[in-house]
Design a protein around this ligand. Structure first.
Ligand code: UDX
Length: 715
């Protein structure tokens, strides 16, 4: 076994000891510990449980406390010239290799003490001129990681006295810059990151690589080295945590995540009444499309309702009715709602939900915002089973690169793309990812709230509530994971949702295609496209396809009827460039109800593939159409249409309501073929040539009102 390893406990004088400082068991500290364990390094932690008096190291100088703690710890080893001491920072270090490798690398330095080297100088730039010449890019001393013989190190640590809140790095820098001390203790800097890699301002120098022997390892491209210890000093903590998803050997391209199955909870062995208590926080802060489906998916979550307390915040009057009916159907243990009339700001509601969670002694707090569609009914159970303090199911906007997490964060605290972001959202890399920002759906283990300082903060550093939440936990060294081991659901976009419209969801075809499809496409639409699918041809070269759902038909009628300005059926039509319509109908054009652009996209995405199946060889990348309109036929207004040709290459005609239910009569008669299509089917589309051959008429509606949607494609 290796020196200093767990199994080499004996009375013999050790050859190697490793120390760190950590005053709290933060996730960052646990990451260090587990990396040490994976490498069989026995790490001694100094300062655990005591108050941190080392200054605000995140935002300024400090860290002297670390020196004082280590000096005390080395007191009994101070005369030992052969004992090797390693020190690493507790909150931003990952051990990448074994004690043997660390010792042998250290010995190659022919030094008594080796410090980490980094490319920028901190905290006193004035000292830069005093540094020894080197051609290395990593010129300056960093005190987050160092290694040396006990006697020399002890002498150095006690050379000057330092206050807890003074800067340890400044102290070591001054000692190093003193040539006499430097040569007496043979102090060197690790210029090529052969042992220590400090990441700050060296982010682009490193990457994760894999080999057969060690699996994942860190590679320094600048120096062609494989550092043994990596430190996320300063703002590079986020990169450290990203690297920590892979290192030491936690994820490989072949095997995927090697540690994701560890420390899990198994809910399946519990009776429903023993399930953990969950506070479900549902937040509707802004008008959101497909809210009906969103709430239906919340209801569908597979979890005993009597173990769930609901906190529902709705800030949108437009959604009130649907929220009300959701609440009426709910059967949770407790229900608390905040409605638009309560006039409570979003961030206050977020805090109130946490309070409510505490009040109801919840075990978990599951926060869901209205864009989070949890298509997987097991989401809540699966997330609990991952047993993380903060975890989000990965949700992505379909066909987009927008998700509910950030892979990286910019120095200013905003979104940045990590090297693996696209692989993660594309599901090419699956696992549990420690990330600097999660949102939209987040499960928090409520034991976190036991420590007051670890309760969520929604107003922090002037950021918006969601960013505050994450920025605060980043500063508390608390990890936020995103899980993409299974598919949990997706995000809708609320960016262009306009509730001033009638049926605004209908307008979301381009922005939220995935959800739009599900709600508005005929359930048999995709059958049309299958190889060898039967085509219905009720008359020669008249094809018939299911395309719109009943809801599509109903909402489109509602949209045009709410608009209400039907044309008068005369030949004069000011909507047309010519001002003249030879075969007028009572109709409303799509551009009158703001749907023209969407309709062209509808023609391209859904109609064109059908056209190409039946009129083979005819192809336009973008079908054109100026005339897209809903026609209304009814007795007493205009019940029928005289025979005519359409000014189109082909025409589509979608039945928006039902024969024998909504109207009697109606249909389309093709005169050359002496063939009629009557009893048209709801949401089915007729497609036929327009300008030639298919001379046709609209048959008389004798009762009720018939609506059809018409497009003259490629006029
Ligand atoms: C940098 C330098 O690398 C470090 O040597 C110097 O002491 C401070 O500036 P940085 O990455 O900015 O470090 O600080 P951070 O890692 O956040 O804190 C330094 C270390 O102090 C932690 O890693 C941890 O070992 C200890 N610490 C800090 C605690 O134990 N408790 C605290 O509350 C804060």
């Amino acid at each position: 076994s290796s020196p200093g390893s767990e199994s080499s406990e004996s009375n013999a004088i050790p050859e190697f000891l490793a120390f760190t400082v950590a005053t709290n068991e933060t996730d960052a500290y646990k990451q260090l510990r587990s990396s040490a364990e994976l490498n069989f390094i026995k790490l001694q932690t100094l300062g655990m449980g005591r108050r941190w008096t080392g200054g605000d190291v995140l935002y300024g100088p400090g860290g002297g406390l670390k020196v004082n703690l280590l000096k005390d710890a080395l007191e009994s080893y101070k005369h030992m010239p052969d004992l090797i001491i390693l020190f690493v920072d507790g909150y931003d270090t990952i051990m990448l290799s074994s004690v043997d490798n660390i010792i042998s690398k250290f010995k190659e330095f022919d030094a008594r003490i080796v410090f980490t080297a980094e490319p920028t100088i901190w905290p006193d730039p004035k000292l830069a001129k005093d540094y020894p010449e080197t051609d290395s890019h990593y010129k300056y001393l960093n005190s987050g990681g160092y290694i040396g013989y006990a006697n020399d190190l002890y002498t150095l640590l006690s050379a000057v006295s330092i206050k807890d809140s003074d800067d340890d790095q400044l102290m070591f820098t001054k000692l190093f810059l003193d040539e006499a001390i430097r040569s007496k203790h043979k102090i060197k800097l690790d210029y090529k990151a052969e042992i220590f890699q400090a990441l700050s301002f060296a982010e682009d120098d490193v990457e994760v690589r894999w080999n057969d022997e060690t699996g994942a390892f860190l590679y320094n491209k600048r120096h062609s080295t494989a550092p043994l210890i990596v430190q996320g000093n300063g703002k590079s903590k986020h990169l450290l945590n990203t690297l920590g998803n892979y290192l030491p050997n936690k994820w490989t391209p072949q095997a995927g995540c090697l540690t994701c199955a560890e420390n899990k909870i198994d809910l399946s062995s519990l009776k429903p009444k023993n399930y953990p208590r969950v506070l479900l926080g549902v937040f509707i802060d802004k008008p959101t499309p497909f809210i009906e489906e969103f709430l239906a998916k919340v209801t569908a979550l597979d979890y005993p309702p009597k173990k769930v307390s609901l906190f529902l915040y709705n800030n949108v009057s437009y959604h009130e009715e649907i929220v009300k009916s959701f609440i009426e159907k709910s059967d949770y243990l407790h229900i608390k709602t905040i409605n638009p009339e309560d006039d409570i700001p979003y961030e206050d509601a977020l805090s109130a939900a946490v309070e409510y969670c505490l009040q109801k002694s919840c075990d978990y707090y599951f926060m869901i915002q209205s864009e989070a569609h949890l298509d997987n009914a097991d989401t809540l159970k699966l997330l609990i089973e991952q047993n993380k303090t903060i975890i989000a199911p990965m949700l992505v906007r379909p066909f987009k690169m927008w998700s509910n997490f950030w892979g990286a964060v910019s120095p200013a605290g905003f979104y940045a793309r990590s090297f693996d972001y696209l692989d993660i959202i594309g599901d090419h890399r699956k696992g549990l990812w420690n990330t600097p920002y999660v949102s939209t759906a987040i499960l928090i283990n409520a034991t976190l709230f036991q420590t007051k300082a670890l309760r969520p903060i929604y107003k922090y550093q002037g950021l918006d509530p969601d960013m505050s939440f994450c920025a605060y936990y980043r500063d508390m060294y608390t990890f936020m994971y995103v899980d993409n081991q299974v598919i949990y659901g997706h995000l809708v976009s609320k960016d262009f949702f306009d509730t001033a419209r009638t049926n605004p969801d209908f307008y979301e075809m381009r922005e939220n295609k995935y959800d739009w499809d599900k709600r508005y496409l005929h359930e048999e639409y995709y059958e049309n496209l299958k190889l060898g699918a039967a085509t219905h041809q009720p008359c020669p070269d008249v094809y018939w396809f299911p395309i719109g759902s009943p809801r599509f038909c109903k909402e489109l009628i509602e949209i045009v009827e709410a608009y209400g300005q039907w044309s008068d059926g005369s030949n004069n039509d000011s909507r047309l460039e010519t001002g003249y319509e030879a075969v007028p109908t009572r109709d409303i054009h799509m551009n009158q109800v703001g749907l023209h652009g969407q309709w062209l996209e509808f023609l391209r995405v859904y109609v064109k593939p059908l056209q190409e199946k039946v009129f083979i060889g005819y192809h336009h990348d973008y079908p054109r159409s100026l005339m897209n309109f809903v026609v209304r036929y009814k007795p007493g207004e205009q019940p029928s249409l005289r025979p005519h040709h359409d000014s189109s290459t082909y025409t589509i005609n979608i039945a928006l309501n039902e024969a024998h239910k909504d109207f009697e009569g109606g249909g389309c008669h093709f005169l050359r073929y002496k063939c009629s299509v009557t009893d048209t089917r709801l949401g089915w589309m007729l497609m036929h040539p327009g300008r030639l051959t298919h001379y046709h008429e609209g048959l008389e509606v004798t009762e009720g009102t018939r609506y059809i949607m018409i497009s003259f494609v490629d006029p």
